[in-house]
Design a protein around this ligand. Structure first.
Ligand code: ADP
Ligand code: MG
Length: 211
């Protein structure tokens, strides 16, 4: 039977928000992954496009955010500018149950200075491409030492695009005790190596069907 979000131990405000967004039943990957992710486990999630993987990591990272602390607490790495924008939009929708959560997108094709300015007063969540995030690291415009949730979204595509080195540099600046969530449509050897390098006892969840 398809599972309801009410089965999860979410704040009632988030349940109401999910209802307002039209999220009644969890998709297959959400039902399999969220109970583990919300307990803080590292995760490898594999499910086809359109199966609701964004909500798995968005709900998880938002549940752990301290809204009073304007340091970056969650970092989501995505392969492209378009995907980063989509992910940021979805996180903002899922964050509506808490006031004043700031999500900043850092991707290429735009000057660094306005992005740096948008970080000056802090941001709870950073979403972006590995190349541009590394540019900000080089300019000392972001701090990653309070990241508690790190997400590698579409990890297979990021590796295909040659982002391995950038990803390694970025992760090396995040705390060791973070939660690391990795999502990939495929699970080749280089993804297994990436997981072995950056995750601790990850739970593998795979969903074929949507529900
Ligand atoms: P994926 O990353 O797996 O390709 P997305 O996270 O982009 O998929 O989700 C695809 C679409 O499904 C989005 O428009 C999202 O808002 C919607 N969606 C996700 N989870 C649910 C749900 N449980 N109920 C209804 N719609 C959902
Ligand atoms: Mg996705």
């Amino acid at each position: 039977m398809p599972a309801s979000f009410a089965n999860l131990n979410l704040p009632p405000q988030q349940l109401a928000n999910l209802g307002n967004l039209g999220y009644k039943l969890m998709t297959g990957i959400q039902a399999k992954a969220l109970p583990h992710a919300l307990q803080g486990a590292d995760l490898i999630g594999q499910a086809k496009t359109g199966s609701g993987k964004t909500a798995v990591f968005a709900i998880t990272l938002l549940a752990k955010l301290d809204p009073q602390n304007f340091a970056a607490q969650a970092l989501v790495l995505c392969p492209t500018r378009e995907l980063s924008a989509q992910v940021a939009t979805e996180i903002r929708r899922l964050a509506r149950y808490q006031p004043n959560i700031k999500v900043v997108t850092l991707t290429g094709g735009q000057p660094l200075a306005p992005q740096a300015a948008s970080l000056e007063h802090g941001a709870h969540v950073i979403v972006g491409t590995p190349g541009r995030i590394n540019d900000h690291i080089g300019k000392h415009t972001i701090e990653l030492n309070q990241i508690h949730t790190l997400v590698l979204d579409e990890a297979d595509r990021m590796l295909e695009m040659g982002f391995m080195e950038d990803i390694g540099k970025i992760i090396s600046l995040t705390p060791k005790h973070r939660q690391t969530l990795l999502f990939s449509a495929t699970y080749p050897d280089d993804i297994k190596r990436l997981s072995a390098q950056f995750q601790r006892n990850p739970i593998e969840v795979k969903a074929e069907a949507l529900h």
